[in-house]
Design a protein around this ligand. Structure first.
Ligand code: GDP
Ligand code: MG
Ligand code: K
Length: 299
């Protein structure tokens, strides 16, 4: 899809741990899809979320590893991350207004020096200070880098987040809508995850349950302030006897299915996963069209 005057681009959020990067992303994108699959346009960077309006699309990507390297592998990771920052359209450098500029901030500043990418200084946690204190925060940073804008926000309470998104838009080039606008409401990995679980059930029970069983993914949620993703899924069988087989003696079978499926899902998503599995008997569920669509069922 191409629309005249439509702007789109890739944005990376960097900052010391605990400045509020995840809180901000969750507020803008919604917790449902704090993780998404890679698309070719995003090269090696992981898409964290997509924010779409009538006239713009902001794709937030993860550039891990901008922190002091502890060993040689860290060094290499740093190089990859620094290169990735050259490829984005804008960088949000997030700082915590309740703390003075520190070594961690200075390390990031060093990495950002010499990049042509526009940088917005995002001063987070303004709910903790008096507005009169903001100029002093700007004072600490303004001589360090050539900032495109200075935006105070509270990611936690949502203050000034809209104006920040507007500032980001100003920095984006005209471009296509890379992702469908409704992508934010769905999780592209949903179907793959359900198939992974279904495969484990069939394999572990040695086909004692029919292939017609279905797995419904109830929710995929990233935990606040943690890399852990909670996945809730229901294995739908048609008979009580099948339910017994899937659960196994004292739940042993279901635990095995869960462990193996979880490992695969962790590989797929690249994060730690807590998998909550249920088994439900749903007679003639195949006739229920609405549910079929929810399940993404194909025969
Ligand atoms: P990250 O490590 O940069 O991803 O930081 P997080 O998003 O995990 O936030 C770290 C802590 O700061 C959490 O306890 C958040 O609730 C808190 N936090 C984030 N944004 C704000 C904010 O705007 N105001 C306040 N008061 N706390 C915040
Ligand atoms: Mg975080
Ligand atoms: K992530």
């Amino acid at each position: 899809m191409y629309q005249e005057d439509f702007k789109s681009g890739f944005v990376s959020i960097i900052g010391r741990p605990n400045v509020g990067k995840s809180t901000f992303l969750n507020r803008v994108i919604g917790q449902k899809i704090a993780i998404m699959s890679d698309k070719p346009q995003t090269t090696r960077n992981k898409v964290q979320g997509v924010y779409t309006t009538d006239d713009a699309q902001i794709i937030f990507i993860d550039t891990p590893g901008i922190h002091k390297p502890k060993h040689r592998l860290g060094d290499f990771m740093m190089k990859v991350a620094t290169n990735a920052l050259r490829e984005v359209d804008a960088i949000l450098f997030m700082v915590n207004v309740t703390e003075p500029r520190g070594a961690g901030d200075d390390f990031i500043i060093e990495k950002l020096k010499g990049l042509d990418t526009p940088i917005i200084l995002v001063m987070n946690k303004i709910d903790m200070i008096h507005p009169d204190e903001i100029p002093a925060v700007i004072e600490q940073y303004k001589n360090q880098l050539d900032f495109a804008a200075y935006v105070p926000i509270s990611a936690l309470q949502g203050n000034n987040v809209e104006p920040l998104l507007k500032e980001i838009k100003k920095l984006l080039p005209e471009g296509p809508m890379y992702y469908p606008a409704d992508q934010v409401t769905d999780h592209p990995e949903r179907f793959i995850i359900s198939e992974l679980i279904r495969e484990k059930v069939l394999h572990k029970t040695r086909d004692e349950v029919p292939h017609s069983i279905a797995v419904a993914i109830e929710s995929i949620k990233k935990r606040e302030n943690s890399e852990m993703v909670d996945v809730e899924a229901v294995i739908m069988v048609e008979r009580d006897s099948q339910k017994g087989i899937v659960i196994g003696k004292k739940g042993a079978m279901l635990r095995e299915i869960g462990t193996e499926a979880r490992q695969d899902i962790e590989m797929l998503l690249g994060t730690k996963v807590y998998l909550n599995l249920w088994v439900k008997v749903q007679k003639d569920w195949r006739n229920k069209m609405g549910q079929l669509r929810d399940l993404g069922f194909r025969d």
